[in-house]
Design a protein around this ligand. Structure first.
Ligand SMILES: [Zn+2]
Length: 359
């Protein structure tokens, strides 16, 4: 007889114990899963609260505050940044005015308040041009600089030369601020903007220790590369505006589109020769941030750091053009990463002793 037997009670007790253990286990598992859901929910609410708090705290402190918040939210921020700038055109002027007022003296047109890194406007007679042999000799006789390339360039291993093309624009305000904040000097290949703000930027750049080179006045490839004369005409306008405003005669230039592009094949060698005869030296680049190709934050950050790591020294192409790229959103993060690199990079503006990078 099974029921009532010792074996029956043994099985009964075992079954009861099993049921109790199973019940306890189920309860523990249920509570753990439930709590983990609750913990996740609490974490999510906290994160939202922090974001809201950050947004709440933001009171116009600067574009980088906004960018940090957007980064935290994982939002591609280019469009928003552009909107912010579009809505804040006045700030462009305000900041320039503040910087100008903060300077020791008002900028003037004879260059006495500027400390360019190469000799002041020259007072020597113009070069004796061979007008018989050179068809361009009579064009723009004042378009020249007394710059002699050094016979030996400096050893600039692990140097990084940040360069910014197509500015100034309202984006330049932030770029200059980031550079100043990290005590970095850079080189601006400008499209001089013939407005009060645009002109003042040229003084601000030089007074902050940055270098200015000529980029172009129009940036219209078909126009400037139509002939050597057309290139000189465009270049001369930009050069004169910089010289009139700052008293500085820039000896550096950068070809729009780089020295080798689809538009200048027929004229590039003649342009280079004529510009060299007038004392100008051009710089291409060996690291392209790809900002003009609309690269996003991640693409720019990764490719710039990668490419610099693979170069003995780097001339890096960025833009601060009026249309705006992602440059302003990523430049400071790139700078911070480079400063933290164990390779011990040195940042510098291009100097007369910097061996050019030329395509
Ligand atoms: Zn350009």
């Amino acid at each position: 007889m099974y029921f009532g037997s010792v074996r029956f009670f043994k099985h009964l007790i075992a079954t009861v114990i099993f049921l109790i253990i199973a019940g306890l286990l189920t309860t523990v598992i249920f509570l753990t899963v439930g709590n983990s859901d609750k913990l996740n929910e609490i974490e999510r609410l906290n994160s939202e609260k922090n974001t809201l708090q950050a947004l709440n705290d933001f009171s116009g402190g600067g574009i980088d505050d906004i960018l940090q918040i957007l980064d935290a939210l994982g939002i591609d921020n280019k469009e928003l940044v552009n909107t912010i700038y579009e809505n804040d055109r006045d700030a462009f002027g305000d900041i320039v005015e503040t910087e100008r007022n903060g300077a020791d003296s008002e900028p003037d047109n004879n260059g006495s308040s500027v400390n360019p890194p190469v000799p002041e406007p020259n007072t020597e007679p113009e070069p004796d041009l061979d007008k018989e042999q050179n068809p361009y000799a009579e064009l723009f006789p004042h378009l020249y600089v007394n710059f002699q390339p050094p016979t030996v360039y400096m050893n600039d291993a692990d140097y990084i030369y940040l360069t910014f093309d197509d500015g100034p624009s309202r984006y330049t305000v932030d770029i200059l601020r980031y550079l100043d904040k990290h005590d970095i000097k850079a080189t601006f290949f400008v499209i001089p903007d013939d407005t009060e703000n645009g002109r003042n930027f040229l003084n601000t750049m030089l007074n902050s220790g940055h270098e200015i080179g000529v980029h172009t006045m129009t940036h219209i490839y078909e126009q400037i590369y139509a002939s050597v004369e057309a290139f000189l005409d465009d270049f001369n306008r930009a050069f004169n505006l910089i010289y009139e405003q700052t008293g500085y005669r820039p000896y550096l230039y950068r070809f729009p589109g780089g020295s080798k592009n689809d538009y200048n094949e027929a004229v590039r060698d003649d342009i280079i020769a004529e510009m060299a005869r007038r004392g100008f030296v051009y710089y291409d680049w060996n690291v392209d941030s790809r900002d003009a190709m609309d690269a996003n934050w991640t693409q720019m950050y990764n490719s710039v750091l990668n490419d610099i790591a693979n170069q003995p020294r780097s001339v890096v192409l960025f833009h601060d053009r009026p249309g705006g790229y992602n440059t302003v959103t990523v430049i400071e993060d790139i700078i911070k990463a480079l400063l933290a690199s164990p390779r011990g990079y040195t940042f510098s503006a291009i100097t007369p002793e910097t061996r050019p990078i030329q395509f």
